[in-house]
Ligand binder design. Sequence first.
Ligand SMILES: [Zn+2]
Length: 403
Amino acid sequence: MKTMHTSKTAYRVGWLIDGSGQPALANRIIIVDGERFEAVLEPDEALPSEVGIVDLSDCTVFPALIDSHAHLLMSGSTDPVVRKYQLENTQCYDDRATIIAEHLAQHLSCGVLGVRDGGDQQGDVLRYKTDSTQPTSPVTIAAPGRARHAPGRYGNLIGIPVEAGMSLAQSLFSGNTRRDHVKIVNSGLNSLTQFGIETPPQFDADDLRGAVAAAREHGLPTMVHANGHLPVKLAVEAGCSSIEHGFFMGRENMRRMADEGVVWVPTTVTMQAYQDYLASQGHRSDPSFAEVSRKNLEHQLEQINTARQLGVTLAVGTDAGSPGVHHGTAMQTEIQLFIKAGFRVEAAIRCASRNGARLMGLLDRGKISAGLRADFLAVRTPPQTLPQALHAIVYRVVNGRPT
Ligand SMILES: [Zn+2]
């Protein structure tokens, strides 16, 4: 057999979803040179000389996925004993590092090559990321370390309260400032028992503006947990980079987010997971809770459709680590929920690839396009059934190499 002395490979693909949001293209040839995409060719264009050929002509190829909101330290278990252990086992970092590594493996098996973490109590995900004794993973992490919340308010599972006598900006930047983004908690959780209840903002406009400005000085984006009109409004007016969850934020906030380029990560799968959990409990759960969870889910899907029509940039994030929301597999559900809300498959994939990569500052990823890093996935199904096939990825290229 003749050995090819070339670093170039031509992938003949049945359908290409390139991550730009444009409709899938049939019968394309993707040329990869080393670690980069070199070109996407029409089927009748000439191949470069001395090129290896891989046949994926019965597959849909699409960019590697990014989960724009997950908590790598926590699993999606609904078992209270497991959750308590993961939250309270503060002594043994090695145990927690093992948990993080398992979750990264779960993401990888579902085609997720980037995870934007939403924070943990001790900043372990950030520590893990820079810990050279841990095994390397093809999954890129962006981590904020400890989130900040107001004293006495929601947020102690994912961060720490702002210290007495300090502003939010001082709390974030008076000590070690090494992190990938800043995470601020500016409301409570969305209520699972009462529909549409709004909690007050945790921080005032000045505090939020100061924190966003300080983050910008450090070159860092700001990720803000916010549900309800006022908590979202204050964060958007302060110039944050993204709103996380955004339940019941309303149309005016969305309009402003579209104008200002603030990204929305709706994490709808959390409500689907809660609905599924209640169903699994059968008659033991309060029927009024099931009704609230159904309405929460429906309302968020309506908001997603409105945001899409208003031109808000959305990114797919799962809040994996929440009860019933499992690392990796939750991406499939969230993408399907985007489609249920009105996105075309190709546009939902853009939210799950390119838009997430941009949020993580990975500007050379998330799209199959000449010059960008060659990461892609293949499933053996046409584009319209891709979301259902995401658990069955048949081919994966990371950084130009099949893995
Ligand atoms: Zn979260």
